[in-house]
Write a protein that binds this ligand. Structure first.
Ligand SMILES: Nc1ncnc2c1ncn2[C@@H]1O[C@H](COP(=O)(O)OP(=O)(O)OP(=O)(O)O)[C@@H](O)[C@H]1O
Ligand SMILES: [Mg+2]
Length: 704
C-alpha cells in the first residue's frame, strides 16, 4: 500500500491541509514528518488511520477529532494497492454523524467511482482490498509513539501475545476455548439427559406386563359379565323378593288372624254358656236376651215402685199414730196439772173446753186417753212389722234388678266382642282376598302352585333361594365394578408408559445427537490442535523469519554491535507455549543479553528492529496452514517517533536503512530529532501558526 495524497478539513489542529499538494502525490520509500512538539505530527498519521479504518482504530472519539470550534471534520486519503487507486472520503458532523465513501479510480472513465458507501460495506471492502482484517492491518501499519521501547522490554507473555495477536494465532486459542466450553456444556447436557433416561427396553417390558394384565382382567370381566347375565335371567324368572316377602307377611297375618278368631269365638262361647245361653250364639240371640233383660228390668222397676208406695203409706200411718199419741200424752199432762185454789185444795179443767173437772173425772179421762195410746201403739207395731216385710221385699227386688242390669251389660259386652269377631272374620276374608289377588297378578291361583312351579316345598326356602341369588348377583356386580376400575387404572398406566416411552425415544435421540455433536467437537478440536501444533511449526518458522529480519535491522541500527536476535518460546505448559523470550547477542563481548541487560538506546534499537521485523514478516505469513498464499499488499508502515533513545550515529543508520529498505513500499517516519542529510529525504514540515497547525511537503533535493 502506498499513500498518494491526503486532504484534511477541520481535523484536530488542522483547518485545511492538502499533502503533498493538489498536483503531486507522495513518493515511495521513506517520508519524514518533522516539527516541534505539539504541532500536529501524530495528527497527520491519525487522520490516515481514521480515514482508512474509522474511530475504533485510533481510539479517539469522533467528537474529539473535530477542530475546536468547528462543526465537522473530513479526511480524504488517496491510496494505491496492487496497482489500483482508491480514494476514501470520511467525514463526521456533530449533528448528522459519520459518512464514509470509498471510491476506486476507473482508468477508462478517468475518474473515481464509488464502490461502497456505508461504514460496514466500506470496512468489508477495505478488508477485501488489503486481504487482511483491520486489526492485523493496523498492527502492521501503525507503530505508535513509545511502542518501540515498550516492545523491547515486554514480558515473554506479552511479547507472545503481541505476536499472536498480530498473526491471529490467538484465534485458534479462542476457537479452542469456545469448543472446550461447548464440550463441557454438551457434557452437562448429556449428564442431565442420561440421568432422566430410562432404558426403552425396560419400559417396553413394563408395557408388555401391563398389557398382559389388561388382557387378563378384560377376559375376566367378560366372564363375570356373562355370569351376571345368566344370574339376571335366573333372577328375572323367579318372583320378585319383595313380592315373596309381602306374600309371606300376608300369610303370617292370616295365620295370626285365624288363631285370634279361634280363641275369640272360644271365649265368646264360654261366656255365653256362663250366661246360660245354650243355643248357638248370634247377634239375634244376644239381642233377644238383652230385650228379655230389658223387660225383666221394667217389671222389677214397677214392682219396686209398688213396694215403695206401700212402705210410704205405712210410714205415713205410723207417723200419724205417733202424732196422735203425742197429742194424747200432752192432753194427759195438761189434765194432770191442777190449779191451786186454796191451801190444800186443787182445781182441774178440761183441756179442750176449759170446763172445771173433778179429780175423778180427770182421772177417768186420763185412763181413757191412756187406753187409746195403748191401742195406737199396738197398731203401730203391726204396721211396722208390715213395713219391715215390705222393706225386705224391696231390697230383694233391688238385688234382682241389679243382677238383671249386670246381665244386660255382660250381654252387651258379649255383643261387642261378637261384633269384633265378625269384623275380624271380615278382615281375614279381605286378607285372603288380597293374597289371592297378589298371587293372581303374578299368574298364580295360590302359593302352592307357585312353589310347585319352582320346585320348592315352602315359601321360606324359595325366599331364601331368591335372596341368595340376589346376593350372588350383588357380589359379582362389585367384582365387575372392581375389574372395570382396575382396567381403567391399567389403561392409564399403559398410557403413561407410552408417553414415557415417547419421551425416552426423544431423549435417546437427543442423547445420540448430542453424543454425535460432542464427538464431532472432540474431533474438531483434535484436528484443530493438530493444526495448532503445526501452527507452532508455522510459528517457529514465523519466529525464525521475524528474528532473521529483526537481526538484520538490529545489526545495522547498532552499527554491528548486536546480532542474532533470538525469540525462544518459553516452556510450553499444557497445550500451548507460555511466552516468547527475546535475547540478542552482543558481538562486542560475545554475551547473549536479555532485555534487562540492555541500555535504553539498545532497547530502542532492539524494539524498532523487532517491530519492523514483525511488520515486514506480517505481510508474508499465512494466518493458517490452509490459508492461500497471497502477495503482501500492505507493505507500508507509519512510525511515530521511534528514534527517541538513539544517538546521532544510530539514528543515521536507522534512517539510512529505511531509505534503502526495499521491504516496504512506503514508510512515514515522525521525528523531531536532527537527522543527517535530511534534505535528501522527502519531508513534511509541521509547525504551528497561532493555534492552527500548518504542514508543507518538501521534496528531496535529488527529486527536486
Ligand atoms: N480537536 C482539536 N482541535 C484543535 N486542536 C487540537 C484538537 N485535538 C488536538 N489538538 C491539538 O493538536 C496538537 C497535538 O497534535 P499532535 O499530537 O499531532 O502533536 P505532535 O506534533 O505529534 O506532538 P509531539 O511531538 O509531542 O508528539 C495539540 O496542540 C493539541 O492541542
Ligand atoms: Mg506526536
Amino acid at each position: 500500500m502506498r499513500i498518494r495524497r491526503i486532504q484534511l478539513i477541520n481535523f484536530k489542529p488542522y483547518k485545511k491541509l492538502i499533502l503533498p499538494n493538489e498536483n503531486d502525490v507522495f513518493p515511495r520509500g521513506l517520508i519524514l514528518i518533522e516539527g516541534p512538539n505539539s504541532t500536529g505530527k501524530t495528527s497527520i498519521l491519525d487522520s490516515i488511520i481514521w480515514a482508512l479504518w474509522g474511530p475504533t482504530a485510533i481510539g479517539v472519539k469522533n467528537e474529539d477529532l473535530i477542530k475546536f470550534g468547528e462543526r465537522y471534520c473530513r479526511v480524504m486519503v488517496e491510496f494505491e494497492v496492487d496497482g489500483k487507486r482508491y480514494l476514501i472520503d470520511r467525514s463526521y458532523d456533530r449533528s448528522t454523524g459519520m459518512q464514509v465513501v470509498l471510491y476506486q479510480y476507473d482508468e477508462s472513465k478517468g475518474k473515481f467511482i464509488d464502490i461502497a458507501s456505508k461504514s460496514g460495506e466500506v470496512s468489508k471492502k477495505m478488508q477485501e482490498i488489503l486481504q487482511i482484517d483491520y486489526k492485523q492491518a493496523l498492527s502492521t501499519v501503525m507503530v505508535r509513539q513509545g511502542e518501540v521501547n515498550e516492545l523491547a522490554v515486554a514480558s515473554p507473555a506479552s511479547l507472545r501475545e503481541l505476536i499472536s495477536k498480530v498473526y491471529s494465532l490467538d484465534l485458534l486459542e479462542k476457537v479452542n476455548d469456545v469448543l472446550k466450553k461447548e464440550e463441557s456444556l454438551l457434557d452437562e447436557k448429556l449428564d442431565e439427559l442420561q440421568s432422566k433416561y430410562v432404558p426403552i427396553e425396560r419400559i417396553e417390558k413394563q408395557l408388555k406386563e401391563k398389557s398382559d394384565e389388561l388382557e387378563n382382567k378384560k377376559s375376566k370381566l367378560k366372564e363375570r359379565k356373562n355370569e351376571l347375565e345368566e344370574l339376571k335371567t335366573k333372577i328375572n324368572e323367579l318372583p320378585n323378593p319383595n313380592f315373596i316377602r309381602e306374600i309371606e307377611a300376608t300369610m303370617v297375618r292370616i295365620e295370626d288372624f285365624q288363631k285370634q278368631l279361634v280363641s275369640m269365638s272360644k271365649n265368646i262361647e264360654e261366656s255365653a254358656k256362663n250366661m246360660g245361653i245354650t243355643c248357638e250364639i248370634s247377634m239375634k240371640v244376644l239381642d233377644d236376651e238383652i230385650s228379655k233383660r230389658d223387660q225383666l228390668l221394667q217389671e222389677k222397676l214397677k214392682e219396686l215402685e209398688n213396694i215403695e208406695a206401700q212402705i210410704r203409706k205405712l210410714s205415713e200411718e205410723i207417723g200419724g199414730l205417733h202424732g196422735l199419741n203425742r197429742e194424747l200424752k200432752d192432753k194427759i199432762s195438761k189434765l194432770q196439772k191442777a190449779e191451786k185454789v186454796e191451801e190444800g185444795e186443787f182445781e182441774y179443767r178440761c183441756p179442750i173446753c176449759g170446763t172445771p173437772l173433778s179429780k175423778e173425772k180427770m182421772e177417768d179421762i186420763v185412763s181413757h186417753y191412756e187406753r187409746e195410746i195403748e191401742e195406737n201403739n199396738s197398731t203401730i207395731e203391726n204396721l211396722v212389722k208390715k213395713r219391715n216385710v215390705l222393706e225386705e221385699e224391696r231390697s230383694k227386688t233391688r238385688t234382682e234388678k241389679e243382677k238383671i242390669l249386670v246381665e244386660k251389660s255382660n250381654l252387651k259386652l258379649l255383643k261387642k266382642r261378637l261384633e269384633e269377631l265378625e269384623n275380624n272374620k271380615k278382615n281375614l276374608t279381605n286378607l285372603k282376598n288380597k293374597l289371592k289377588e297378589m298371587l293372581s297378578k303374578e299368574g298364580y291361583t295360590d302359593v302352592q302352585e307357585m312353589l310347585a312351579k319352582f320346585n320348592f316345598k315352602n315359601l321360606k326356602e324359595l325366599h331364601q333361594y331368591i335372596i341368595s341369588l340376589n346376593e350372588e348377583y350383588a357380589r359379582k356386580e362389585t367384582e365387575v365394578d372392581k375389574l372395570i376400575e382396575d382396567i381403567s387404572k391399567i389403561e392409564r398406566e399403559i398410557d403413561e408408559l407410552r408417553r414415557e416411552k415417547e419421551e425416552m425415544i426423544k431423549i435417546d435421540k437427543e442423547i445420540k445427537e448430542n453424543k454425535k455433536i460432542l464427538q464431532h467437537l472432540i474431533h474438531l478440536r483434535r484436528v484443530l490442535m493438530k493444526n495448532f501444533l503445526s501452527q507452532w511449526v508455522v510459528q517457529k518458522r514465523l519466529l525464525g523469519t521475524i528474528k532473521h529480519t529483526a537481526a538484520s535491522y538490529l545489526l545495522r541500527f547498532t552499527c554491528g554491535q548486536y546480532s542474532s536476535v533470538d525469540l525462544v518460546p518459553t516452556k510450553p505448559t499444557g497445550e500451548r507455549g507460555s511466552g516468547i523470550l527475546l535475547t540478542v547477542l552482543d558481538e562486542s563481548d560475545g554475551i547473549v543479553k536479555s532485555k534487562d541487560m540492555l541500555s535504553f538506546g539498545d532497547r530502542t534499537a532492539v524494539g524498532l528492529a523487532l517491530r519492523l521485523g514483525i511488520s515486514k514478516t506480517m505481510s508474508r505469513i499465512k494466518p493458517l496452514k490452509e490459508s492461500p498464499q497471497k502477495t503482501p499488499r500492505i507493505r507500508c508502515v507509519l512510525l511515530d517517533e521511534p528514534l527517541g533513545g538513539l544517538d546521532i550515529s544510530r539514528r543515521k543508520e536507522v534512517v539510512d536503512q529505511l531509505v534503502e529498505d526495499e521491504g516496504f513500499e512506503q514508510i512515514f517516519l515522525i521525528t523531531h530529532m536532527e537527522i543527517d542529510r535530511k534534505e535528501e529525504i522527502p519531508r513534511v514540515i509541521v509547525r504551528k501558526e497561532g493555534n492552527v497547525s500548518v504542514a508543507e511537503f518538501v521534496a528531496s533535493k535529488e527529486e527536486s
